[in-house]
Design a binder for this molecule. Sequence first.
Ligand code: CAA
Length: 258
Amino acid sequence: MTYETILADTRDGGVGLITINRPQALNALNSTVVAEINTALDGFEKDAAIGCIVITGSEKAFAAGADIKEMQDLTFPQTYLDDFITAWDRVAGRRKPIIAAVSGFALGGGCELAMMCDFIIASETAKFGQPEIKLGVLPGAGGTQRLTRFVGKAKAMEMCLTGRMMDAEEAERSGLVSRIVPAADLLEDALKTARGIAGMSIPVAMMVKESVNRAYETTLAEGVRFERRVFHAVFATADQKEGMSAFVDKRKPDFKDA
Ligand code: CAA
């Protein structure tokens, strides 16, 4: 399938790769980009061979935000009737693990898109920010909520109120990104990480994602109860038998996603 604003292909080892491709607009996220990302994700989620997905941009920009030119003339009734931005939430609701590989600007909706992924690997050039206030608006794709959960109230409040950017080092220190890698290695590193995840039992990896996400949605006691039930359930899978037998036999497991 060919797209107008993204590239989507599958890579060795069960990885789906989405590259946002609007260089003339620093990968600003207009409604076509978001629709195409969702179409590509639909395909990867249906494809039993895909175990992990990587979303990336260019060296200069992961994405410089929602498309300001597309938004500037919108009226309140249009945003309300079209439920503007809500389509983005489908990225956060995906069941297979998604890694954001971020180089350059991840601003506004770009930062929000990265935070909808399961974790962020950043190049040393990455810059994160929620500069919407400078446009007379506020983050609209979860920035005030997700950034606060990642970096805490003090930094999130400061970033959303001033629009200042955070570099990769501060982002790693603050818990927004899992790792920093040299810019030249970013994609290869993210693909290798994704291959590693895709090589696990896909249903178990999905259960891990679901369980970790519970930590953001419920109380500790409920979250632990949820984890315990899922942990008990994996003993019904062939992959649990395979994983533990492989350890005891001192060989590599061959998971069948069953
Ligand atoms: N929307 C539309 N176009 C954008 C864009 C955006 N978010 N960001 C950059 N572009 C376009 C510019 O208009 C410019 O196009 P032209 O060449 O046609 O003028 C092109 O990309 C290159 O941009 P710059 O010349 O500005 O590049 P720069 O290197 O000088 O600056 C930047 C880079 C600091 C990222 C600057 O482009 C910038 O501040 N962009 C806007 C960032 C922003 O405010 N993002 C939040 C958007 S609102 C939002 O996301 C709402 C939400 O929560 C859902």
